[in-house]
Structure formats: C-alpha cells, structure tokens
Design a protein around this ligand. Structure first.
Ligand SMILES: Nc1nc2c(c(=O)[nH]1)N[C@H]1C(S)=C(S)[C@@H](COP(=O)(O)O)O[C@H]1N2
Ligand SMILES: [Mo]
Length: 159
C-alpha cells in the first residue's frame, strides 16, 4: 500500500508557515542523541529528546518564550495512523530516527516513543507530519487510530 515517502516530515505550528524537515535535520537541531534503550525497555537504535528538538525549533522559528505553547501534538503517519497526545503525556518523549547510524527501514522516517503516554498505541511509527495544536478547552483529549476512524474534529476547530 501507499506508504512510500521521500523522507520528508511536515511541521505545522501556529504562528509559523508549514515547513518540511527530515529525520537527520531534526536530530541535528535537537543537538544530542542517545540509545533509545536508555529510555525505552528493549528500544533499539538512536533517538533524540522530543522536547530538545521542539525548544530549538521554536527558537529557530522566532517563537519567543511568550509565544503560546501547544496543548497537544498530533502526529500523522505514512499509513494514515495518527494520534493526538496531550502535552503532559510527552514528558520524556523520544524520537527514534536511526539504527546503527542508518535511517530507519521500518517505522521511518521517525518514530515517536512516549513513555508517559496513556497507551503504547501512541508510539506512532512512520511519522510524516507533526501538527502542534492549541486547544485549552480539550486539554485531556487523547486519541489514536487510522485517519477517519478517530474523531479529531473537535480539536482541529480553528480557535
Ligand atoms: N504508523 C503506525 N504507527 C503505529 C501503529 C500503526 O498501525 N501505524 N500502531 C500503533 C499501535 S496500536 C501500537 S500498540 C504500537 C505497536 O508497536 P510495536 O509494533 O512496536 O509493538 O504501535 C503504534 N504505532
Ligand atoms: Mo495498540
């Protein structure tokens, strides 16, 4: 099925233009990488801190400390699996981006691991889009599943 990608990862964040990045560029921006096994039991390959990447990305895009912070991250995968994750559940989240220094063959370009997530189902593989959501009225809303089988509409209302 249509899971072919060119490795591009789309970033959509309020207050910035949508932009494309890559697994390698994300790891570079995060600034440090570590073995996934340090964070996730039986984890393989290399990862970086989601929070480190995010804070560096905000600075790079001119978002100051006073600019609004997201309430949720929505990740969308090449196979149409997607998840909406409340920000607190992303504490200690890691992004797996390589194994033995080589791009992920399965689950690439990147995979999210959320050790403080409410479900292992939130460990989304093959992420092709990171969408930052601000919806303070639905702070605890969490969802995952294949696109159009999970109700994401309520969060995607324009503020
Ligand atoms: N892209 C994508 N990511 C996904 C899924 C999926 O179908 N597609 N399944 C999720 C679910 S429901 C679970 S339980 C875990 C399973 O991870 P594992 O294959 O490493 O055991 O991956 C999650 N990530
Ligand atoms: Mo699952």
């Amino acid at each position: 099925m249509g899971t072919m990608t060119n490795g591009a990862i789309r970033i959509e964040h309020p207050g910035t233009e949508p932009a494309l990045t890559s697994a390698e560029a994300m790891a570079g921006l995060a600034g440090s990488v570590f073995p996934l096994a340090k964070r996730i039991e039986d984890g393989i390959g290399e990862a970086f801190e989601f929070a480190k990447w995010y804070e560096a990305w905000r600075k790079l895009n001119g978002l100051g400390a006073d600019a609004p912070h997201p309430t949720h991250l929505k990740v969308e995968a090449a196979d149409t699996f997607e998840a909406i994750i409340p920000w607190e559940q992303l504490k200690d989240a890691a992004i797996q981006f390589s194994i033995g220094g080589k791009p992920l063959v399965k689950g690439g370009p990147v995979r999210l691991y959320a050790p403080n997530g409410s479900s292992a189902c939130l460990n989304v593989k093959s992420i092709v889009k990171f969408l930052f959501v601000m919806d303070i009225d639905h702070r605890d809303y969490v969802a995952y599943g294949f696109k159009n089988t999970v109700s994401t509409q309520e969060l995607l209302k324009k503020p």
